[in-house]
Write a protein that binds this ligand. Structure first.
Ligand SMILES: C[S@@+](CC[C@H](N)C(=O)[O-])C[C@H]1O[C@@H](n2cnc3c(N)ncnc32)[C@H](O)[C@@H]1O
Length: 268
């Protein structure tokens, strides 16, 4: 477990992200960009992955660094940036161990808070973000609320949970990668603990070439499930002030219908 985080973003899964995830949830990219542009440089993309957000920001000339617990994701991000003649500052670090070389006016975490870490580590991460912001700096952290996904939500109920782990399915159809191979993934929920507010997923990845299975891997992902009010308390305990909660990367106040919500907090 690299950096003390149980995440599945390694090997073939990292390759999948680099190949196919640039177009995932495109509205998130201009959302964070507006905060960086509005007096928010330098900025740090925590859990930058393979650069879905970071690379467009670099392309736009913004001063943004990136870090991620997965050396595989960081290496692929670096390669993708280099192909465009970009050479960002990237480093491999779990967010609860964040120790960058400079302070930031904006720190943002997209699709990663609670991934692979314990609750204590998440508390620590928020403190690290606070320490590594300049005075008046801004933190943006999003979460997917635990009730966003009906498949997952059913397992908060004891009777439904008896059906876990889910059955092993078939890999979804294979997708052609840029190196001539084909990649397929399948995932399942293994365990959900409502008291600990934690779910464990398993992902199976396969790489095929000319009809022959070249490689297969299994990875686990543990996710801490948070509700709005507890994140507000955690932010307050970490020293943040003036916290605003917006809906799914849309500048509007969060509502009960939002599957994702974004916390925007200030270091005063
Ligand atoms: C769903 S991907 C999101 C990547 C990127 N932020 C994006 O939106 O495209 C989650 C990323 O979080 C990273 N990650 C997971 N747990 C982490 C942790 N505890 N500290 C830092 N990075 C972590 C993974 O390696 C992966 O790159």
């Amino acid at each position: 477990m690299e950096g003390g985080a149980q995440t599945w973003h390694y090997g073939l899964i990292a390759k999948w992200w680099a190949e196919f995830n640039d177009d995932f949830r495109p509205h998130e990219i201009p959302y964070f960009q507006r905060y960086i542009e509005r007096d928010g440089e330098p900025a740090l993309d925590v859990a930058c992955g393979t650069g879905r957000l970071l690379i467009p920001y670099l392309r736009a000339g913004l001063d943004v660094d990136g870090c991620d617990v997965s050396a595989d994701m960081v290496a692929l991000c670096r390669e993708k940036a280099a192909r465009e003649g970009l050479s960002p500052t990237l480093f491999v670090q779990a967010m609860h161990e964040l120790d960058p070389a400079r302070l930031y006016r904006t720190i943002f975490v997209c699709g990663a808070f609670g991934l692979g870490s314990t609750r204590q580590q998440d508390v620590l991460s928020l403190r690290r973000f606070h320490e590594n912001l300049e005075p008046d700096g801004t933190l943006l952290v999003d979460i997917e609320v635990p009730y966003a996904d009906g498949e997952l939500w059913q397992y908060w109920l004891k009777d439904e949970r008896a059906g876990l782990p889910e059955a092993i399915g078939r890999p979804r159809s294979l997708r052609p990668a840029s190196d001539g191979s084909e990649l397929g993934l399948r995932s399942r929920i293994v365990e959900l603990d409502p008291l600990a507010q934690r779910v464990m997923y398993e992902m199976h990845a396969e790489q095929w070439r000319d009809g022959v299975l070249e490689a297969e891997e299994d990875h686990g992902l543990s996710i801490g499930l948070y509700f709005k009010n507890e994140v507000l308390l955690m932010l307050e305990r970490a020293g943040f002030a003036d916290v605003v909660v917006q809906g799914d990367h849309n500048d509007a106040e969060a509502t009960s219908d939002d599957g994702f919500i974004v916390f925007i907090a200030k270091k005063r």
